[in-house]
Design a binder for this molecule. Structure first.
Ligand code: NDP
Ligand code: KPL
Length: 307
């Protein structure tokens, strides 16, 4: 199976490198700047599971030829529209596209562009970042990819993808309920982003602050109400797990969006927070705390764009 990984950042670079190192047929689609950096220095991973430097197969945007069996799409939401055009030449009638972006908005964009059949569901769990030298730094041991057909079937193509993913040094799992799992991840992730970004602190710092626990629970409850009304309702275990992690004393947990905000980088505010408000409003669910978070993030993003 030929896999094209679009983007060699914290997620795509990490999982793509592990797959390539395990002998899978992996090519990275990269823009010229990142391609030049990786050709010069290698694709470098710094990880609690062992560091890795490798020279991957690279094709630059605009130079793709031929179709791939599977595409792992790992760009940030604000880079999605041009990335879809860049990867389009790789999409044939039997190509499956697995996005690992957070949220759900990209699924609609992908289905509109390539048709529903081409898109499969994906959930990625890792805490990673790119450092000043262009290395991918894995910040905690967590590393998993979950994937599946939106209709839950264990199709032949999904079994082939599962065979490619298994045994490459990270947790890989074929899910019969990927859509629900994507909404469950969004519940957790959006709550984590909202809590840490509004309060400018880790979960442990928020919980220790006066009134912090109430804000954490309040944001989770608002997002849960939106998802129950407008999405695929999460299972009770997922809700309980999210609440326990989002209110854990002493936890140093933060999401990638919080790290982006701290670094002065663009943030996926529209995809991770704004899109929930849109869906909530359409379903008649009020979310005043979440609306305040989105307004605050929008001011940050507007200043960044203007600078
Ligand atoms: N980081 C994390 O810990 C986690 C992130 N996620 C989610 O995964 C998604 C990806 O995030 P992450 O990996 O962190 O993002 P990064 O910013 O680390 O990586 C994205 C990469 O995509 C590349 N890119 C952008 N446009 C194109 C294009 N048209 N063609 C080829 N490459 C392109 C960028 O390269 P360049 O700009 O250099 O050209 C960049 O290296 C996000 O939705 C995020 O929320 C999910 C779980 C954990
Ligand atoms: C919450 C986490 C770490 C799980 O992968 C994540 O998705 C992110 O930081 O963007």
């Amino acid at each position: 199976m030929r896999l094209l990984v679009v983007g060699a950042g914290a997620t795509g670079g990490y999982f793509g490198a592990r797959l390539a190192a395990a002998g899978r047929d992996v090519t990275f689609l990269l823009r010229p700047g990142r391609a030049a950096q990786i050709r010069a220095d290698g694709l470098r991973i710094v990880s609690p599971h062992g560091d890795l430097t490798m020279a991957p197969e690279i094709v630059e945007t605009g130079k793709l030829s031929g179709h791939y069996d599977a595409i792992l799409l790992s760009v940030k939401a604000f880079s999605l529209a041009p990335a879809l055009e860049d990867l389009a030449p790789a999409v044939g009638p039997d190509t499956m596209i697995m996005p690992v972006l957070n949220g759900m908005k990209h699924v609609d964009a992908l289905k509109r562009r390539f048709g529903s059949k081409a898109i499969i569901g994906g959930v990625c769990r890792i805490a990673g970042t790119i450092d000043a030298q262009g290395r991918i730094v894995q910040l905690s041991p967590m590393q998993s990819l979950t994937y599946g057909e939106f209709d839950g079937t264990a199709s032949a193509r999904m079994q082939a993808l599962d065979a490619l993913m298994q045994g490459a040094g990270f947790e890989a799992r074929l899910s019969a309920a990927i859509e629900r799992e994507m909404w469950e991840k969004w519940l957790f992730l959006a709550s984590l982003c909202a809590i840490t970004c509004l309060m400018r602190g880790t979960i442990g710092e928020v919980v220790a602050a006066p009134g912090g626990l109430a804000v954490a629970n309040g944001l989770l409850d608002e997002i849960l109400a939106i998802i129950r009304a407008a999405g695929v309702p999460p299972g009770e275990a997922a809700v309980a797990g999210a609440r326990s992690m989002l209110t854990a004393e002493g936890s140093n947990l933060t999401p990638s969006l919080y790290r982006d905000l701290q670094n002065g980088s663009s943030i996926e505010a529209d995809q991770i927070i704004g899109d929930l408000l849109v869906r909530g409003e359409a379903a008649g669910v009020a979310a005043p705390l979440l609306a305040a978070v989105y307004a605050q993030m929008s001011i940050y993003q507007a200043r960044l764009t203007a600078a």
